[in-house]
Design a binder for this molecule. Structure first.
Ligand SMILES: *[C@@H]1O[C@H](CO)[C@@H](O)[C@H](O)[C@H]1NC(C)=O
Length: 309
């Protein structure tokens, strides 16, 4: 069949046919745009909120560290009532060293802390906590007893001890955390996961020279160590025995602690009797421990002054 003309449109449209509307798709487009804007707004809100939350939760990596922040704070508790020339010698020893490496020093007075009847050696614990509030952006806090000197100021704490690779090289793994025979042994830790660096000597854990990394764990550790229960307990060796207790019986402590060889932070002065040759100070060592320096009619000041830099 062949049609000469296209079929004609009817001249009588059905009376109630719906007129094709132009406003409906316009409305839909507007609604879509509105929806997109709302979605975008929501997404950016979530993004900003998550950024805010992350920075306030204090992740060490993304945190802003003000320029000029000393990376290390050296803390020595100094009794202002002590011999002034001895105190001055100890202060200068730390200050010269700190200046050389851009660190800082802090010499708190033990009387500033509420020790009540607990032995004054406990002061080191609140002193470290105090240092963290005074220098809230520093990375490491190095406690060093007054009867010890920095004997080699050219050594930097980072290279000598705290660089993660260096920690992994130094850490002493799988030994009783409290010598000689604790059943609790040290773990192998990743260098960047370590928050407490300490050594042992023939008497136990060396509580007079240790390093703590700033962070939530450090605060928890110091608060747990300073527990009033421990202070009142009258451990024979005060805070040392409290420390030995918490590192052995609280797994969260052991999980952040490494032992390093004694001569890294605690070489013994040669005057000391009954000490193994391997732990006696040798030229170039970082720290000399003068415990017992006031024996045999000498004063600590005269013994120490020969090494004071
Ligand atoms: C020095 O040695 C004694 C033990 O003989 C120890 O208790 C003390 O923690 C050591 N001091 C330092 C600064 O390491």
């Amino acid at each position: 069949m062949h049609f000469a003309f296209p079929p004609r449109k009817t001249s009588n449209p059905p009376p109630y046919a719906v007129r094709p509307s132009r406003s409906t798709p316009m409305l839909r487009r507007n609604q879509l745009r509105l929806l997109a804007i709302i979605a975008l707004g929501l997404l950016s809100f979530i993004f900003i909120a998550s950024r805010l939350f992350r920075s306030s939760s204090g992740s060490a990596q993304s945190e802003y560290i003000p320029p000029g922040t000393p990376p290390v704070v050296i803390v020595t508790v100094l009794d202002p009532k002590g011999n002034p020339s001895f105190n001055e010698m100890v202060k200068q020893n730390r200050e010269h060293y700190a200046e050389k490496h851009g660190y800082t020093t802090f010499f708190p007075n033990p009387a500033d802390y509420p020790l009540k009847t607990a032995p004054v050696s406990w002061a080191k614990v609140p002193a470290m906590r105090h240092a963290m509030t005074l220098f809230p952006h520093s990375t490491w806090y190095f406690f060093l007893d007054v009867h010890a000197l920095i004997a080699n100021p050219s050594i930097s704490i980072e290279e000598h001890i705290t660089a993660p690779a260096r920690i992994e090289e130094l850490e002493i793994v799988d030994v009783p955390v409290v010598p000689p025979d604790s059943v609790i042994k040290t773990y192998a830790l990743k260098g960047d996961k370590v928050d407490l660096i300490i050594c042992q000597d023939h008497e136990g854990i060396g509580r007079e020279s240790f390093l703590i990394r700033r962070g939530e764990w450090a605060k928890y550790f110091l608060d747990a160590w300073f527990d009033p229960l421990y202070r009142a307990y009258n451990f024979q060796k005060a805070e040392l025995h409290a420390l030995e207790h918490i590192v052995q019986w609280h797994g969260t402590m052991l999980a952040k602690l490494v032992l390093v060889p004694q001569r890294i932070i605690n070489s013994f002065h040669s005057d000391r009797a009954g000490v193994s040759e391997a732990n006696i100070y040798q030229e170039g060592d970082f720290i000399i421990n003068f415990t017992g320096c006031d024996q045999g009619g000498k004063t600590c000041e005269t013994v120490m002054r020969q090494y004071a830099t």
